[in-house]
Design a protein around this ligand. Structure first.
Ligand SMILES: C[S@@+](CC[C@H](N)C(=O)[O-])C[C@H]1O[C@@H](n2cnc3c(N)ncnc32)[C@H](O)[C@@H]1O
Length: 161
């Protein structure tokens, strides 16, 4: 048995629907409020351009299914762990965002894909070369019709086709 306590709260403009993944130039204020007694742990964080944000996906409505078919890939069944679905046995979310500023116990970041008030579990720096994987691939996303168009949707990039 393990248990975690939140170390802070994530603030976003999203009360119900949120983007499927973080949108780099999303509009609105996105910040993480760390519990004050962890503030000393932010020293030197602002030297990094990107951070990992780990959070507890606390308002799930569906139980996790080990196999499912996404609505946009109707002819394919996927294993849960081959996806980024929020409904998982341990509902932990992971988003990479741009670090904008740190003021006291508040960390201002680019767009996040979580609901207002989502509990924060951890923050880690995203480190060049250590975390970049230039040979990363798309896995089953290669089978999605019009993958490039689909990726624009996921990344929230405006397009007129
Ligand atoms: C697909 S998950 C991706 C999260 C993270 N980027 C990841 O890959 O682990 C993002 C979705 O989770 C849902 N979501 C966000 N915050 C949530 C919360 N606090 N409780 C329940 N669902 C949440 C929203 O539907 C959002 O579109």
């Amino acid at each position: 048995m393990i248990s975690f306590e939140p170390i802070g709260t994530i603030h976003t403009p999203y009360k119900e629907a949120a983007p499927y993944q973080p949108i780099a130039n999303d509009k609105g204020e996105f910040y993480i409020e760390l519990l004050p007694h962890y503030e000393a742990g932010l020293k030197e964080l602002l030297r990094f351009r990107y951070i990992y944000v780990l959070f507890y996906i606390d308002r799930l409505k569906e139980a996790p299914k080990m196999r499912f078919t996404p609505p946009w890939l109707t002819n394919k069944e996927l294993g849960l762990f081959a996806t980024r679905t929020p409904s998982r046995p341990n509902p932990i979310g992971l988003s990479i965002v741009k670090l904008i500023n740190v003021i006291d116990n508040k960390i201002y970041v680019s767009g996040l894909d979580v609901y207002e008030g989502t509990p924060l579990l951890d923050i880690k720096p995203y480190i060049k070369d250590l975390d970049d994987k230039p040979d990363a691939n798309y896995g089953w996303l290669d089978d999605v019709d019009n993958k490039e168009h689909f990726m624009l949707h996921i990344k929230g990039i405006p397009h007129d086709y």
